[in-house]
Design a protein around this ligand. Structure first.
Ligand SMILES: O=CC(=O)O
Length: 356
């Protein structure tokens, strides 16, 4: 622990990327002190440009690709007016107390906001911005890529080609499951779920089902998709794609009960949050042949430890939470989070705000 601390201090001294830099509070042209904001990570350039060219705030930033240490975060937020954060920072009572009564707005560069305590924000009258819509296409695209990689066993096949497992063409070797004439079940039909369905439809999917807290005709009629109870979704789907937000209601919703109802040929895909899945139950379902395979872009925790049993399974494809990772999308997210923050600082309507 002490060595780590010493190393961090050394890096802070010697390596520019570890610098947490600070523009000192300077008065603007009207001689007024600008509000201070804290940015918890190095962010894509479009976001930083909006913040730094606005002339509306003094920016302090943890200028590294690695997350800000919790102790540093707690220290740096003291007295700030705005906090620009990522999904890796838990924004809870401790952080908000450390910031104090000056904090007016939190802006997260993510569509998910399960890392932020809405209750604590509400208590303090702090507003929250987030970044839906701008990442829908990228996430849907990656979800389809993960589904195909999992159902057609792409990673296993690449390994076989590289490692000498490719003997000759064999009729029964490396067979997976195709989308033609299949039933696809979406768990949580929002913007991303609808975008996933639209992309899967041309593959010849016969039937789309969805389970949610209630029917979503706005999202479902165009495809079309049928609203069904979760149990029915599990029984009838050849592919289940999880697109719901992580809430107390969806925490661990994909567990033994769901997996035991699924077809033993079914493929399970999750690009929402790791917390919606009971990973021990998923492991058992994959090992015992209750389901055919799983593709996960999100896990609990993240990163998943490299010795985690799920990483040892051939029928489990795990990606390191990259669903929104295109250059354009990450820039758009950074820019939206920046303008949300600035709007919040000025007491204006944000482009995308979470109602509290
Ligand atoms: O997972 C990514 C996000 O919430 O933006």
């Amino acid at each position: 622990m002490r060595t780590l601390g010493r190393l961090r201090r050394l890096k802070t001294t010697l390596v520019p990327e570890f610098h947490s830099w600070c523009k000192l509070q300077a008065p603007n042209a009207a001689g007024k002190q600008l509000p201070r904001i804290y940015v918890t990570r190095r962010i894509p350039p479009d976001g930083m440009k909006i913040l730094s060219q606005s002339g509306l705030c003094n920016i302090e930033q943890w200028d590294s690709d690695e997350p800000v240490p919790r102790s540093e975060l707690l220290e740096k937020v003291a007295g700030i007016r705005g906090l620009y954060c990522l999904l890796t920072e838990k924004i809870d009572a401790e952080v908000l107390d450390a910031a104090g009564p000056s904090l007016q707005v939190v802006s997260t560069m993510s569509v998910g906001y399960d890392h932020v305590s809405l209750e604590e924000l509400k208590k303090r009258g702090i507003r929250l911005g987030y970044t839906p819509d701008v990442l829908t296409e990228a996430v849907a695209e990656l979800t389809v890529a993960l589904l195909l990689a999992t159902s057609r066993r792409l990673l296993e096949a690449v390994d076989e080609a590289k490692n000498g497992g490719w003997g000759t063409w064999k009729p029964l070797w490396m067979c997976g499951y195709g989308l033609t004439d299949s039933t696809v079940g979406i768990l949580g039909l929002g913007r991303i779920g609808a975008a996933v369905m639209a992309r899967l439809k041309p593959f010849g999917v016969k039937r789309f089902l969805y389970a949610d807290t209630g029917p979503r005709p706005d999202m479902a009629t165009k495809i079309p998709a049928e609203f069904v109870p979760l149990e029915e979704l599990a029984r009838h789907s050849d592919f289940i794609v999880v697109c719901c937000a992580l809430t107390p209601e969806t925490q661990g919703i994909c567990g033994n009960r769901l997996f035991s109802l699924m077809k033993d040929t079914a493929i399970f895909i999750n690009t929402s949050r790791g917390g919606v899945v009971n990973q021990e139950d998923l492991y058992q379902a994959l090992v015992n042949g209750q389901i055919a395979a799983a593709g996960l872009d999100v896990t609990e925790p993240e990163p998943l430890p490299t010795d985690h049993p799920l990483l040892k399974l051939k029928n489990c494809v795990i990606l390191p939470h990259i669903a929104s990772a295109t250059v354009a999308t990450r820039n758009a997210m950074a820019a939206l989070a920046a303008s949300n923050l600035l709007a919040g600082l000025q007491g204006k309507a944000m482009g995308k705000e979470v109602p509290l």
